[in-house]
Ligand binder design. Structure first.
Ligand code: FA5
Length: 341
């Protein structure tokens, strides 16, 4: 009996290994393990054995049956696996998984930070929801002063809610100037990069944008320091051939005040179709007004300083080779645009 069972199992495994299709394997399964199969016939014959031999033969037959069923399962699994890979062409190029990258504006913010860190400036970020006092009053723009209108402000409160007035969405990073002065740590060499909000939207304005504000305060700081820092930034960010120029202007919180231009990247200051006169406007700057120093509890007779504040979006749009026709494209989440940078 034992020999018979082993022979049967070996025959079954040999046949299975020759099966080319699942159907063929299943036919062998019926032939050996089916209700009228070869193994079933042997199992039935066990009933005719003497009492003493029956238990051992029964046990062995069950073990052999189990081994044959296992062999059948392995063969079916192997056939399934090979059919899974049958349709794959390993020579085709792979599918590259999609990976994101930093937004153009975030890249510019990081670059600006690094440039100023190299000359000893440190980065801060002040609240987007700001008190009226830090954004206007402390910056020499008393209540009802007409200069405030230029900042097209979003108001949160209708009536003052505390000693610092109304809450607003900060319209410029200059609101960080007096906040920084209140820390009383000299010299101040702050770069404040934050989101700003104004009620404006057109090709050159978005309601949410970023500004970076430089503030340097120490003893003996003068306009030549400001000009040096502006030139350093122009060369570092825009390229070694670019220079900055300052033009007289008016801001309530600086005296004297300037608009800052950089030489055009296309004509290098000679005048061309893009810039007309050789210069592109970058933002505002000036020497900190004595009233602002006083608001920050700093003695204007001992300390002086300069400040500048520019839009990150416009600054990065001005970078060589990037002449965007509309600033709003930066925030439309159009991957065809964003993936280029
Ligand atoms: C100011 O906001 C002053 N606080 C700058 C300053 C700082 C002057 C320190 C003196 C000393 P202005 O409103 O011009 O200035 O804005 C500065 C820059 O912010 C603009 O040149 C522009 O680049 C950017 N900007 C202003 N409004 C928007 C807007 N709605 N969308 C995109 N960029 C804007």
């Amino acid at each position: 009996m034992e020999e018979k069972l082993h022979q049967l199992k070996n025959d079954f495994i040999a046949k299975l290994s020759q099966a080319k299709t699942a159907e063929e394997a299943r036919n062998f399964e019926i032939e050996f393990l089916g209700r009228k199969g070869k193994l079933t016939a042997i199992l039935r014959s066990i009933a005719g054995l003497p009492d003493a031999d029956r238990p051992k033969a029964g046990q062995m037959a069950n073990t052999i049956k189990l081994e044959m069923e296992l062999a059948m399962k392995d063969r079916m699994d192997a056939m399934e696996k090979s059919s899974d890979t049958a349709g794959i062409d390993a020579t085709l190029p792979g599918i590259i998984p999609q990976t994101g990258h930093l937004h153009l504006v975030t890249q510019a913010i990081r670059e600006i930070n690094t440039i100023f860190e190299k000359i000893g400036f440190y980065t801060v970020s002040y609240p987007e929801v700001e008190w009226d006092w830090y954004a206007f009053e402390s910056l020499n723009m008393p209540k009802e002063h007409p200069a405030r209108d230029e900042w097209e402000t979003f108001f949160i409160d209708k009536l003052p809610v505390g000693p610092k007035g109304l809450r607003i969405l900060t319209p410029h990073t200059s609101s960080g100037q007096v906040r920084e002065m209140e820390k009383k740590q000299f010299p101040i060499r702050m770069i404040n990069i934050s989101k700003c909000y104004r009620r404006q939207i057109d090709v050159s304005h978005v309601p949410m944008f970023h500004q970076f504000e430089g503030l340097m305060i120490d003893k003996g700081v003068n306009i030549t320091h400001l000009k040096g820092v502006l030139d350093y930034f122009a060369k570092s960010f825009f390229g070694p051939n670019r220079v900055a120029r300052i033009r007289p202007y008016h801001f309530q919180f600086t005296e004297p005040s300037f608009e800052v231009d950089i030489s055009c990247g296309v004509c290098l200051g000679k005048g061309c179709n893009l810039c007309k006169e050789g210069w592109l406007e970058l933002g505002g700057a000036g020497m900190v007004h004595p009233n602002v120093l006083k608001a920050g509890k700093i003695d204007p007779k001992k300390y002086s300083g300069f400040a500048f504040g520019w839009g990150v979006e416009r600054t990065c749009m001005m970078k060589a080779g990037l002449q965007l026709p509309d600033i709003r494209i930066l925030y439309q989440n159009d991957l065809r645009f964003l993936q280029q940078f």
